[in-house]
Ligand binder design. Structure first.
Ligand SMILES: Cc1cc2nc3c(=O)[nH]c(=O)nc-3n(C[C@H](O)[C@H](O)[C@H](O)COP(=O)(O)O)c2cc1C
Length: 217
């Protein structure tokens, strides 16, 4: 059943991917889904690079691997603070994360979403806090692509750790000056069960009734 709610509620992070090729028509579906996404002023300030060559995938893996292991050190410390059932899941994620970091170059495709901030009206750019609105004109496309990938039976995971060495990524993919990298999404058929049940806080926690902090339900 490809019901949209079924797809959303089983779109979990899949980090173990087979190297088998993805048919061109499937890739087209994923890219078309991304292109349907809404963006501020309909400017579509993003582009996606479908990285397929061995050299460029390897270059991305060379950036991602050390970034992951640096991040994972902090992650390990946090795992030990968790209750045992959550710690167990976090340890499995750590292992899957290591697998991705060690095998990223083997994914048949790596999508790199980039954007030009000059094409965005970033309404919170001048506020005295971290600006977040701009990402909204890119992550809609990323999520659409991931939902399409999941619908096509592909595994995928949104990653961002490559940003720790963005200049190297830009050099490897010929990304012009002024453009930013927002998401790197490896795509491939899953090793093992792939997408499946997710654990998320319920809407009753995340939603408020009429004003911040007012319980919903
Ligand atoms: C903005 C963002 C950045 C993320 N960056 C990474 C990343 O760099 N590496 C990674 O393995 N997962 C990354 N993830 C995946 C999340 O860790 C994952 O979606 C979350 O833990 C929920 O996991 P689940 O979907 O398996 O339940 C990122 C997700 C988001 C939304």
């Amino acid at each position: 059943m490809n019901d949209i709610y079924e797809m959303m509620s089983t779109l979990r992070a899949v980090r173990k991917l087979r190297p088998d090729p993805i048919p061109d028509d499937v890739i087209e579906q994923v890219l078309q889904a991304a292109a349907w996404a809404p963006t501020g002023g309909n400017m579509q300030p993003w582009r996606v690079i479908v990285v397929r060559s061995e050299e460029r995938k390897q270059a991305l893996a060379d950036v991602y691997r050390p970034a992951w292991y640096r991040y994972a050190k902090g992650y390990d410390a946090r795992i030990e603070q968790l209750p045992e059932d959550e710690a167990e899941k976090a340890r499995r994620n750590r292992v899957a994360g290591d697998f991705l970091a060690d095998h990223l170059q083997e994914a048949p495709i790596i999508l790199m979403f980039v954007a030009d901030p000059k094409m965005m009206a970033i309404t919170d750019a001048k506020l005295d806090r971290v600006s977040m609105v701009g990402g909204g004109s890119v992550y809609t496309a990323v999520q659409n692509a991931m939902l399409a990938a999941r619908t096509e039976g592909l595994g995928c995971v949104l990653t961002t750790l490559h940003c720790l060495a963005e200049e190297e990524v830009k050099a490897a993919l010929d990304i012009p000056e002024g453009w930013a990298t927002l998401a790197m999404v490896p795509l491939g058929y899953p090793i093992g069960s792939g997408h499946g049940p997710i654990s998320r806080q319920p809407a009753s926690v995340l939603a408020f009734d009429d004003a911040f902090g007012m319980a919903w339900n």
